[in-house]
Design a protein around this ligand. Structure first.
Ligand code: PFF
Length: 452
């Protein structure tokens, strides 16, 4: 397929891998995975999540990169172009449109949490955690949530940071940022892990996360684990597709996917292990919910020697991880705007930034002024944005992409892009045609009460 002459590309295979890992590894791994594990009964959630990564996540990530690279376009025009190539209806472009909006909705609540993280970098650096106990940590966190202006300030800063990078473009924005931040993140993670292994209750943490207890596997746990697999790997909304569209032809999609999926899963598991080891060693509550890392970790940082330093590093790590993910959340929309309107990347970044700034303010008011305002299923604005995107839009986007690649595209086009050996290709194709779509559809049908 011919590609537009002016399009940017990653400098090499590693910058693509770093950027995709940067997109995948984020608040999903460090903030959400531990608290979801805590809320959903520990190992039950972890094991279903791992199955979802293997059976749905990895094949779909290959699929999304493949679609992006073949089309060399933003996800909306890309899907339309690929549909035309397969002589199918142009309606497939709606997969791209849905993803583009999903990204905007996710950034709205993502930026709120990233704002909390920025605030906690400053608190940690100021030595606020020194000697802090559970009740004080909780009270401080609750007081922070009750102050909308402060939340707005941090949320605004995070949106500005994100758009600042996005406006610079693929090579000097996305690529440079990821090249510096991702290795820094791994280094800081190792320090935290070492500390928690030395002083935390590692055995209890490991047994909480891995001892199989299938009595706790409920339909809600399964849907949450599936949704989180999508969220964590950045799948189903075109982020990986648009990153794939900047990828050169000769890079192996399968190897890249495996690397990113393993790195992403490993970071989630390691952070989870480190956090629960500290939670148990300090007699804290694993099911504390979204406030988990903010209410529990300060106590641990407050007790440890060098805690001010390690605590600051930790929250910095989380902020870096959130930043490199946030830029990928808006890239589908930015690439669509710049490829379809006269807008420059700067203007597109302003437009999207402003939209997400307003949406994010609505989300953060859920923690205070709009506590009792309920939208879908009795959820507040924040939870509606989270559940609607994570549990519905992302899996639905993934389901449609799998159906498109498995049933609509010409198989020689798919194989040309993936370049797999024939045995591996057959396994992938079977998974993407049957296993992944049926798994997603079955969970949807069950949840919406259509099958019992
Ligand atoms: N994968 C990111 C995380 O785990 O924090 C969140 C995310 C980024 C989701 C990009 C979806 C996406 F397209």
């Amino acid at each position: 397929m011919t590609e537009p002459a002016h399009r940017s590309h990653w400098t090499n295979r590693w910058t693509f891998i770093l950027a995709t890992a940067g997109s995948a590894i984020g608040l999903g791994n460090i903030w959400k995975f531990p608290y979801m594990t805590g809320v959903n009964g520990g190992s039950a959630f972890v094991l279903v999540f791992l199955a979802c990564i293997a059976l749905v996540g990895i094949p779909l990530m290959m699929c999304e990169i493949m679609l992006g690279r073949r089309a060399q376009r933003n996800p909306v025009d890309g899907m339309q172009l690929l549909a035309a190539e397969a002589r199918a209806t142009a309606l497939w472009k709606w997969v791209g449109i849905m993803g583009l909006f999903a990204g905007l909705l996710i950034l709205a609540f993502y930026s709120v949490i990233a704002g909390w993280v920025l605030d906690y970098v400053v608190r940690a650096a100021g030595g606020e955690f020194r000697g802090i106990d559970g009740a004080t940590a909780q009270a401080r966190f609750n007081a922070f949530l009750a102050a909308p202006l402060e939340l707005i300030l941090w949320h605004s800063l995070f949106i500005a940071m994100t758009m600042g990078v996005v406006a610079r473009g693929v090579n000097s924005g996305l690529e440079k940022t990821n090249k510096i931040l991702m290795p820094a993140l791994f280094a800081i993670l190792l320090v935290l892990l070492g500390y928690s292994m030395a002083v935390g209750d590692f055995a209890r943490s490991a047994s909480f996360m891995f001892t199989p207890d299938f009595s706790k596997v409920t339909p809600v746990v399964v849907l949450s684990a599936l949704g989180h697999a999508f969220f964590s790997l950045s799948l189903g909304m075109g982020a990986v597709m648009v990153y794939g569209s900047y990828l050169q032809r000769h890079v192996s999609i399968a190897r890249t996917t495996l690397f990113v999926a393993i790195a992403d899963t490993a970071v989630g598991l390691l952070v989870g292990l480190a956090i629960f080891a500290l939670v148990f060693a300090n007699g804290l509550e694993p099911a504390a919910g979204p406030g988990l890392i903010f209410q529990t970790l300060p106590i641990a940082f407050g007790k440890m020697a060098g805690g001010t330093f390690i605590g600051t590093l930790f929250f910095l790590l989380v902020a870096f991880a959130a930043w490199t993910s946030a830029i990928s959340l808006v890239e589908p929309a930015i690439s669509w705007l710049t490829e379809n309107t006269r807008m420059t990347r700067h203007q597109a970044a302003w437009l999207i930034g402003l939209t997400d700034w307003v949406l994010g303010i609505a989300a953060l008011l859920s923690f205070n002024v709009w506590k009792d305002v309920h939208l879908l299923f009795g959820l507040n604005v924040f939870d509606t944005l989270d559940k609607l995107t994570t549990n519905i839009l992302l899996p639905l986007g993934g389901l449609l992409m799998a159906l498109f690649a498995g049933w609509v595209m010409r198989t020689h086009h798919v194989q040309e892009e993936l370049g797999l050996a024939s045995g591996a290709y057959r396994v992938w194709r079977f998974t993407i045609r049957f296993v992944s779509p049926l798994a997603i559809a079955a969970i949807f049908l069950y949840l919406f009460g259509l099958v019992k």
